[in-house]
Design a protein around this ligand. Structure first.
Ligand SMILES: NC(=O)C1=CN([C@@H]2O[C@H](COP(=O)(O)OP(=O)(O)OC[C@H]3O[C@@H](n4cnc5c(N)ncnc54)[C@H](O)[C@@H]3O)[C@@H](O)[C@H]2O)C=CC1
Ligand SMILES: Cc1cc2nc3c(=O)[nH]c(=O)nc-3n(C[C@H](O)[C@H](O)[C@H](O)COP(=O)(O)O)c2cc1C
Length: 195
């Protein structure tokens, strides 16, 4: 009987042309730890959608700008959010156990800066139009998409908590473009109406 090897060729060990190696490990070929700054510099080249993640409940109201948001599975609909344990928002999210991921449109760049750290929570909500979602978390009116969630599991990894969140309600507006963070700058994408 014929056998099938799904990986007939070993992974290449050389650096592909055009990819300049940076950092200690790449320079020496040794498996030295990757420096934090090298990691951040490389991650700055990984474009990601910008979101404002909000919460409300017994712990109070809070929200922060987040690019570390990702879909996990559609059954049950689940996404993840990475939340810095040192953030002023962390205790509030854990106390409430609910959150809303509000994706941002190009016109939300200032809102993203406001929720990006250094301002008290009450001040953050003075900008933007917010309504109360089913879980009680603030939902941004005019967001391209908003996912109202219950936090079902939390996994601690280094400086961050990874929050696994089941989506219990959502809203979406296919007519809006999106906001991407790439190269430490904001970029508008999509003119709306695109699938
Ligand atoms: N995942 C996170 O916690 C993120 C935090 N930030 C924070 O926003 C501020 C501005 O960031 P940038 O302008 O992008 O410049 P930066 O040089 O601080 O970050 C560059 C990239 O590295 C990653 N990164 C930065 N801080 C991180 C952290 N603590 N944990 C995991 N990944 C991290 C992100 O992908 C970020 O876009 C910084 O204070 C940064 O820490 C920004 C993006 C993601
Ligand atoms: C573009 C951008 C993306 C960010 N993404 C994240 C993220 O995914 N996770 C996170 O914990 N913090 C992220 N931050 C930082 C938080 O928004 C910030 O730490 C948070 O507002 C709390 O700040 P505070 O402790 O000063 O209140 C991001 C900031 C910016 C500007």
């Amino acid at each position: 009987m014929a056998t099938c090897n799904p990986h007939p060729h070993p992974a290449p060990r050389t650096t592909p042309a055009g990819l300049a190696p940076t950092g200690t490990a790449a320079a020496t070929g040794a498996m030295a730890p990757v420096a934090r700054q090298d990691y951040r510099d490389a991650m700055a080249r990984l474009g990601a959608a910008v979101n404002i993640v909000t919460t409300d409940g017994p712990g109070g109201r809070h929200g922060f700008t987040a690019s570390a948001v990702c879909s996990v599975t559609d059954s049950p609909p689940t996404l993840l959010v990475c939340l810095n344990k040192g953030s002023s928002a962390a205790a509030t999210f854990h106390a409430n156990g609910v959150l809303c991921v509000n994706t941002l449109a190009p016109e939300h760049e200032e809102l993203s800066r406001l929720f990006g750290g250094g301002t008290p929570p009450a001040e953050r909500f003075t900008a933007g139009h917010w309504r109360r979602a089913a879980t009680g978390a603030p939902m941004l009116v005019g967001a391209p998409a908003a996912f109202d969630c219950r936090i079902t599991r939390t996994v601690e990894v280094g400086t961050h908590d990874v929050l696994f969140c089941e989506v219990v309600n959502l809203a979406s507006d296919g007519g809006r473009g999106g906001l991407i963070y790439f190269g430490r700058r904001y970029h508008a994408v999509g003119s709306g109406g695109e699938e």
